[in-house]
Design a protein around this ligand. Structure first.
Ligand code: ZN
Length: 142
């Protein structure tokens, strides 16, 4: 069973750094998260799950993780183009996190995909996000 964890806000505004929490106005902290990303190119029937370690702004009281979309997309674009594909910002969503220790363990000794999926904590909610995770695995957990 996957435990839901954190709320996520993919920040579309480059001009806001969110030194304060957009929800409760408390000062945010910098914390490293291992973000889990789903990337999909429907016409090619291509799907891939990615993990990305990134420093995010975090409000412990709201359990809210924020990350600038542009920073996520810069990284993703490079990766997708390295696959010989064209990056499309409508093709991805960040759907959860993985504990850093699990991530490290997976880097050293890759887990079975099912085991790795068990370690993922999907977000409780994604704020201000338009894409609905279609055909993804976590529907039973809500
Ligand atoms: Zn807050």
């Amino acid at each position: 069973m996957n435990q839901l964890k954190y709320y996520f806000y993919p920040n579309p505004h480059d001009e806001y750094a969110w030194t304060k929490c957009p929800q409760c106005d408390a000062k945010t902290k910098l914390r490293k998260f291992c973000l889990m990303i789903h990337y999909e190119e429907k016409p090619l029937n291509f799907r891939r799950m990615l993990s990305m370690r990134m420093e995010c702004k975090f409000c412990p009281a709201c359990e809210l993780v924020t990350k600038k979309k542009s920073e996520i997309e810069t990284y993703l674009r490079e990766l997708v183009e390295s696959w010989g594909m064209t990056f499309n910002s409508g093709n991805y969503f960040v759907f959860g996190t993985m504990e850093m220790q699990d991530w490290k363990q997976n880097q050293q000794t890759p887990m079975q995909p099912s085991e790795a999926l068990d370690k993922i904590a999907p977000f409780k909610d994604i704020l201000d996000f338009k894409i609905q995770p279609a055909g993804w695995y976590f529907t039973g957990d809500k």
